[in-house]
Design a protein around this ligand. Structure first.
Ligand code: SER
Length: 315
């Protein structure tokens, strides 16, 4: 990776991935693009920035040529709960941005990273230690349907045209810089904000709902390490399971109470989010990522909790 373009740079992942990539590859070699410069002031001030609607193929292609881009990170997506409010829009945005990334990569000899997700699994998938290669045929969200499609489409561009496509199935991502929006796993971010601000939290998924989660520094490292991995070692490409921790709301509550013993939680379940969460795995088996590109998480629930509380308190 020498000249990198991140589309959808202003979202939860991009707002941290851009500075991370700039710290490794140099500010001028990492171009951030998003629909509005206004919402991405920090990114635009620190390095190259382009206003781009990723569905505009011509504009997208012009930016790739202008900067001589060799790697595209496509982070454009509506998340799972938002997607259900307007499935057509979710499909148009999530698949439209990916399709543009792939054909533009083919025409300009770029590699492509796209996040897949635990949402790529559905009710037919084995729930515990979900294998790398398994059933993905009973998805209940348009978000998940887009993720499965994205994995297949990315494999297709690799097999048919030799485009260097790679992706990971991210767990719920927890971070203190930018809030996610409209995701099923968002509760695990919001709980930390409320632990600092209010001392109590109302959880929208019920007790006993296990999902895989990951702290953002591990997620950023995963994206870079996969894109830098020796292609000769990659048996899989699109949709590596990666894992760091799995917990239910009681588990994260207990982790926070270690540092904030007075912290309280009650429940007001949102049926849509609960249904999404119930259809997703409890925990992923990430053996293939460990074997093929030496993936290893650094943060467990306790280490993440300590860091989240410390960082949020200091803001
Ligand atoms: N965090 C996403 C969501 O909850 C899943 O990848 O929608």
């Amino acid at each position: 990776m020498k000249k990198i373009l991140i589309v959808g740079a202003g979202g939860q992942i991009g707002s941290e991935l851009v500075p991370h990539l700039r710290s490794i590859y140099g500010n001028n070699n990492v171009v951030a693009a998003d629909i509005s410069a206004e919402k991405c002031k920090a990114l635009a001030e620190a390095g190259p920035f382009e206003e781009l609607n990723a569905l505009d193929g011509e504009g997208f292609s012009a930016i790739v040529k202008k900067y001589n881009i060799d790697t595209i990170f496509n982070l454009v997506a509506l998340l799972s709960a938002t997607g259900e409010k307007n499935p057509k829009l979710a499909w148009d945005i999530n698949i439209g941005a990916l399709t543009n990334s792939l054909y533009i990569a083919k025409d300009n000899n770029c590699a492509v990273f796209t996040p897949s997700s635990i949402g790529a699994f559905g009710n037919d998938t084995p729930k515990d230690k979900t294998p790398q290669d398994t059933l993905q045929r009973s998805n209940t969200t348009i978000y998940g349907v887009c993720k499965v499609t994205g994995e297949l489409l990315s494999d297709y561009y690799f097999n048919r045209f030799g485009v260097d496509t790679r992706s990971v199935r991210f767990p719920g991502l927890i971070s203190y810089v930018t809030l996610p929006g409209g995701g099923t796993t968002d509760y695990a971010v919001e709980i930390y904000y409320d632990a600092i601000r209010k001392g109590s939290f109302t959880c929208n998924v019920k007790e006993g709902t296990y999902m895989d989660m990951m702290y953002m520094p591990d997620a950023l490292r995963a994206a870079v390490e996969l894109m830098e991995a020796d292609p000769a070692r990659l048996i899989h490409r699109n949709g590596f399971n990666i894992a760091a921790m799995s917990f239910d709301p009681e588990g994260i509550l207990a982790a926070i109470r270690k540092y904030k013993p007075q912290f309280e939680m009650d429940y007001k379940v949102e049926p849509l989010k609960q249904a999404n969460a119930d259809s997703w795995p409890n925990s992923l088996d990430d053996t293939c990522a460990r074997q093929e590109w030496d993936w290893k998480p650094e943060y467990d629930l306790d280490a993440m909790t300590r860091d989240m509380l410390e960082k949020l308190a200091s803001r």
